[in-house]
Every structure is written in C-alpha cells, then in structure tokens.
Design a protein around this ligand. Structure first.
Ligand SMILES: [Fe+2]
Length: 276
C-alpha cells in the first residue's frame, strides 16, 4: 500500500444522537463511484481458506490488482490504507449511513470487500466471510462477538427486511457488569466467557454461543431477559452499518419474521492500525 497525505475513509455526520454516525468521505465516495464503473470487468471472487486462522477462516477474495485502470488501482490501494489507518473513537464503535448511491450498491461493496481483503491481509489475516442464507430466523442472532483472530469488524447491510427487526449492540463493559450481577451463573463460567472475548486464543465462537445461550444452562433465562432489556436497538437498513472493535462491543440482530437472504450484509474483518 502506498503512502500519500493522510485522508479519512469515513467522515462524521451530525445527527445529534448518542452514538456517532459516519459516512464515506468525499474522496472515498469518488473512488468508489469510479470503482463501481469498472466492476463489470472484474473476475468473480473466489472462496479460499486462510491458513492457520481456525474454523471460520473461509473468505471471498479477488486477486491483488484486477483493475486495468492504473490510476484507479492505485486509489484502491490508498483506500485500503485509509481503512487500515482509520481510528475508531475510544468507545470502539461508529454507525454508518448513506453508503449506497447511484452507482454504489451491495454488489459493488461485495466486490470491494473481496479486493480490500487481499490488500489488508498483507498486514494480518483479513476475512470477507461468506454469509449463509437463513430460511426463517426464530431467535435472531443474539448478542455475540465474532471472535475472528483480528478484531475490527466492518458490516454493511444490503438486503435486510424493511421493518420488524433491528440490529442490537452492547458495550463489552456493560455486558461484564450484567454478568457480574447474574445470580444464576457460576463465577467460573463468568471468567470463561470474559476470557473467550478478551483473550487472544481465537476460535471460541461456538463455545461462547453455547455458554451464553444454550437452553440447558440454569442462567440462560435470566441472562436472556436482562440482555434483551438492556441491549441497544438500532434500525439499520441497506446502505447502513457499523464499524466496531469486536472485543469492545457485542452485536447481533433481532428475530426476523421473514427469511433472510445470503446477501443481507457484507462483512469485512481485519486488523486496523490501532487495534495492534
Ligand atoms: Fe456476528
């Protein structure tokens, strides 16, 4: 990735709400609009497995320099650099809006993430993880951390139901307070959960989901109730999303009444400069 004068990939949008909203900076949007025009000439991304990255190491990828226009190819390098360097606020989360436009849609983001993944993976493993279609979600995706070996998670929604389900978020700090006050959960389990999220052992996703939500556990009902009461609900639709530190915020989605397609969102997981 080449260096140039620093510029930001996202700029704040003043909405007056409690959480910070951002959108593409002018420069990033202009690069993306030009990228959108070249997408018909791109090969189809392939799925590969990232070595040594555990069970969920499958990712979409594109070869490193598939764009014929040299100037644009260089600009995409700079975009990857700007994404790598973007600093989340100390809270570890930004919400994103107005990411789609006349030329930029979910398909363009799908191709962009496949390309950025390769460029970002020069620094550390990066994943543009495929999303499975879900016929009918009875329980939604309760609060969780993805626990990839790297922790910056950029999610952009595409085809999500227009009503009746929202994204859910909770800072890790608040989640720990809830765990500490949970009467029904043994101390040793609380310790295990905190270690799974904060430790660097990786690939603890299945164990985390099991410990938090398996019906067999005596604490499941109490935990579920308190999380549902305290989680933040944010309606996020196509062209909106978030970037967060997966170890500082838990995320999820409420129950949805309709089937959700595999292109409901695009997800890029990588190591940013500040996430070390
Ligand atoms: Fe997730």
């Amino acid at each position: 990735m080449d260096d140039e004068m620093p510029w930001r990939i996202f700029e704040p949008v003043d909405t007056g709400g409690p959480l910070p909203w951002y959108t593409w900076s002018k420069r990033a949007r202009s690069i993306l609009e030009r990228f959108a025009e070249t997408t018909p000439e791109l090969e189809k991304p392939k799925q590969i497995r990232v070595k040594g990255a555990g069970l969920y190491a499958v990712t979409w990828t594109l070869s490193e320099h598939p764009i014929r226009d040299r100037t644009l190819s260089k600009e995409i390098d700079l975009l990857a650099n700007a994404l790598f360097r973007f600093s989340l606020p100390p809270s570890g989360l930004i919400l994103l809006r107005d990411l789609f436009g006349k030329k930029i849609d979910g398909e363009v983001i799908f191709l962009l993430f496949a390309l950025l993944r390769g460029l970002l993976s020069k620094r550390a493993p990066a994943f543009h993880a495929p999303i499975e279609a879900v016929p009918v979600l009875r329980s939604g995706f309760p609060l969780h951390a993805d626990l990839f070996p790297v922790s910056t998670l950029l999610t952009i929604f595409d085809r999500v139901p227009t009503a009746g389900s929202a994204s859910i978020l909770m800072p890790f700090r608040q989640f720990v307070e809830i765990l500490e006050n949970l009467q029904t959960m043994p101390k040793v389990v609380k310790g295990k959960i905190k270690k799974l999220i904060q430790g660097r052992e990786g690939d603890g996703y299945d164990e985390l989901i099991h410990l938090l939500y398996h019906r067999r556990h005596s604490w499941q009902k109490e935990l579920d109730q308190v999380l549902k009461r305290k989680q933040r609900r944010i309606d996020l639709h196509g062209g909106e999303g978030y970037m967060l530190n997966d170890r500082a915020w838990l995320h999820g989605r409420e129950m949805q009444a309709k089937p959700v397609p595999f292109d409901r969102l695009q997800r890029l997981v990588f190591q940013s400069e500040k996430s070390g």
